[in-house]
Each structure stands twice: as structure tokens, then as C-alpha cells.
Design a protein around this ligand. Structure first.
Ligand code: ADP
Length: 391
């Protein structure tokens, strides 16, 4: 089954064509600057298409140029916010699209862009089955004590203010693979998953389900990230507001000017690690703050899951930076965690154990693949829908 996976942003559209059974990527690409160019070709290069529909034409042309004639069975969309309603991938119809739109206030940058992608496909291929795979869905199993903020009820009931959590597709995929590396049935797997990319979050897994996660109402809470601050005292916002900062200024400060960028002057972990190795004191401090924050969360989630059977690293930093993994593991000595230096520094694309035989808790590296997970979920939903009795 061939599935087109779409990750539609406000000015970009990332796509992959996947063969689900083979688990392979047939072609992939990225259209950028949507709505910013003049929608044509100039000097032999494609300038930002006018809108998402025009971007989709470019995708369609690129797919046919690369792969010739082919029949797509379905389109799977990464949708950022599924609110409290969506706990699993769903077949998209008008009502689902409107429900995603109603969640716009909770994800003002992302959900409207996701809907643009969905509508562009509906217009171009009206009969194409489309499936929405939500970044929040895996965290619908959080118990109330983990998702509640200690604020008046009205904020939750009238404004939906609670912890939702994100990166769910990745956390779920990695949870399944980690359980299988350990030879455990999913329902018996308790662990801590650290997804460390440009955005970063850590999830507590009990019985194969998410029971706590570091991102909250938005993807700002929790770990120190490339350009996001993660946790801080909310009174800092009040303080800045009283000092005359606008909401836009504060938003930009915390989402775009903070994290590694603020601490080390660079938001790219590879550069920060290299700088620290050349004795750059700011870079070393940035790594200390970032690894300490993650280690604190791992300690907390070890408690949350009643004793983790594994600590799992994934995404760009988690999969590739043996230096960063080492810094985190050094802080986990109290849990009896011990890495095997040789295993930790080996490069591989396979899921693997990197702790020593003596480690009280195994430490794993498990590469994530969100597009693969979206393609598989899409195929499963479409297959189930086509064999379901007509209603
Ligand atoms: P995104 O969240 O955008 O999908 P990725 O999962 O690709 O991001 O992760 C990007 C991060 O991974 C960047 O900070 C990058 O520096 C880091 N990274 C990638 N390779 C390495 C490496 N070899 N060493 C350290 N960091 C790395």
C-alpha cells in the first residue's frame, strides 16, 4: 500500500511517499516559502508557491517525475493538536476537519496549517482517503493528577488549559520498539523515553501507555530545547509584562530566543558539543543545564512509572550525540545507571542497548521514524474502514 505522508506547516509542506509493507521511502521532499513568492518559476528555480493547493501541485509533479505513474492508497497527515477528543488516528471527513479547526486556539500556528493541507488534498483528489495522526493522541492516557495544573477549574473547563503533551507519534513508536528490544510484551513495559530533537520532550511509560510527559499546554514546557526555554517560573512572564514587554516579545523570547541558543549562542547541539570540547565555557554550561534538566525528569519519571525498566534516547540528539547521552547518564548514578563507553560511542541506525551489564536500568538508543508511524497508522485506519460493514 502506497501512502503519501504530509506534514503541513504554515509556510512549508514536507512529504514522503511510503510503501507501507516494505517499510520503505519511495520519494520525499520539502516545499518551502509557501505564500511568500510569486507562485511561478524564475531563473530556472521554483519560487514559493502561492498557497497550499499550488504547493500540492508541485508535490504531485515531483512524485510523478520521480516515480512515474502510481496509485496512492491514502494520505496520512501529521496533525499537531487533537485536544481531548482524538485519542487515536482517524479517517478524515468534513466533521473531523471542522473539529481540528475548532482546536485552532490551542495550536494557533499548527492546526490551521494542517487543515490547509487536508483541504488542498480534498479538492485535488476528492475520493482520496485521508487520515489524521495526532501528536497529542498518545498522551490521552495521562491520569488526571498528571494533566491537571493547580489553577482554578474555570481555566480548564472554559479554556481547555491542561497538559496535553506532544511528540506522541514518536513516543508511541519508540515505546513499541523499545519493548520489543527488551523482549517484553508492550503491556508489561515501564520506561522513560527521551525524544531529543530541535524540540525535546520526555515521557513516562507505564504498561506501554503514556502516564506523564514534559510538554504541557504547549510544546514550550519541560526540557531545555534548541530555542525554547522549557520550564521556568511563570512569574518571570508577569515580571516582564510589568516591565513593558509585549505578549509577542515574551512569546518570541521563550520560543525562539531561549534554550541552547540563549545559553550557548547556538541552537544546534552538534555545534554546542564541539564548542564545549574546545573549552568554550558557555557551551559547557549550556550542556550542563540541558543534561541536568533531563536527568531531573528521568528521576521524576522513574518514580512516576514505579521503577523504569529502561531509559530510551531518540531523535536527532538522542540518536547521534554519544557525548550528550554520557552527560545525562553520569547524573543518573543514583539510579544505578551505567553506560558501556564502547557501546555508547558506536554509530548505528539500529535500536540498541548502550548500558553496561552492571547497569541497574538498561539504557537504549531507538531511532524514531514519525513518517513511518504515520504511514502505518494511515494504512491500518484505511484497511479497517474498508472492511467495516456499511453504516
Ligand atoms: P527535529 O525536531 O527538527 O526533527 P531532529 O530530531 O533532526 O530535529 O534533531 C535535531 C538536533 O539533533 C539538532 O540539535 C542537531 O544538532 C542534533 N544532532 C544531529 N546529529 C547530531 C550529532 N551527531 N551530534 C550532536 N547532535 C546532533
Amino acid at each position: 500500500m502506497l501512502v503519501l505522508v504530509i506534514n503541513s506547516g504554515s509556510s512549508s509542506l514536507k512529504y514522503q511517499v511510503r510503501d507501507v509493507e516494505a517499510g520503505s521511502v519511495l520519494t520525499e521532499g520539502l516545499i518551502e516559502e509557501i505564500g511568500m513568492g510569486n507562485g511561478g518559476e524564475g531563473d530556472g528555480e521554483i519560487i514559493g508557491p502561492r498557497d497550499h493547493a499550488a504547493a500540492l501541485e508541485l508535490v504531485d509533479a515531483a512524485i510523478h517525475r520521480e516515480l512515474g505513474d502510481l496509485t496512492l492508497a491514502a494520505v496520512g497527515h501529521r496533525v499537531v493538536h487533537g485536544g481531548e477528543r482524538f485519542s487515536e488516528p482517524v479517517l478524515i471527513d468534513n466533521e473531523v476537519t471542522r473539529a481540528i479547526e475548532r482546536l485552532n486556539p490551542l495550536a494557533p500556528l499548527h492546526n490551521p496549517a494542517n487543515v490547509l493541507g487536508i483541504r488542498a488534498i480534498s479538492r485535488k483528489w476528492p475520493d482520496m482517503p485521508q487520515v489524521a495522526v495526532f501528536d497529542t493522541a498518545f498522551h490521552r492516557t495521562l491520569p488526571e493528577h498528571a494533566w491537571r495544573y493547580a489553577v482554578p477549574d474555570d481555566l480548564y473547563t472554559n479554556h481547555g488549559i491542561r497538559r496535553y503533551g506532544f511528540h506522541g507519534t514518536s513516543h508511541e513508536y519508540v515505546t513499541h520498539r523499545a519493548a520489543s528490544v527488551l523482549g517484553l510484551p508492550l503491556e508489561e513495559f515501564d520506561g522513560v523515553i527521551a525524544h531529543l530533537g530541535n524540540g525535546a520532550s520526555v515521557t513516562a511509560i507505564q504498561g506501554g501507555r503514556s502516564v506523564d510527559t514534559s510538554m504541557g499546554f504547549t510544546p514550550l514546557e519541560g526540557l531545555v530545547m534548541g530555542t525554547r526555554s522549557g520550564d521556568l517560573d511563570p512569574s518571570i512572564l508577569v515580571f516582564l509584562g510589568r516591565a513593558g514587554w509585549s505578549m509577542e516579545d515574551i512569546d518570541s523570547l521563550l520560543n525562539r530566543q531561549s534554550g541552547l541558543r540563549a545559553l550557548a549562542g547556538n541552537n544546534d547541539m552538534r555545534s554546542v558539543v564541539e564548542a564545549a570540547e574546545s573549552r568554550d565555557a558557555r557551551a559547557a554550561m549550556a550542556l550542563a543545564v540541558t543534561s541536568y534538566r533531563l536527568a531531573k525528569y528521568i528521576g521524576a519519571y522513574h518514580v512516576a512509572v514505579g521503577g523504569a525498566q529502561a531509559v530510551v534516547f531518540t531523535a536527532g540528539i538522542g540518536e547521534n550525540s554519544h557525548q550528550f547521552r554520557e552527560l545525562v547518564a553520569e547524573r543518573l548514578g543514583a539510579l544505578g545507571v551505567e553506560l558501556d563507553a564502547g557501546l555508547n560511542s558506536q554509530r548505528s541506525r539500529e535500536p540498541r542497548v548502550i548500558s553496561s551489564a552492571a547497569s541497574a536500568i538498561p539504557v537504549l538508543v531507538v531511532p524514531t521514524d514519525e513518517e513511518r508511524a504515520i504511514a502505518e497508522a494511515t494504512a491500518a485506519v484505511v484497511t479497517a474502514a474498508s472492511i467495516a460493514p456499511p453504516t
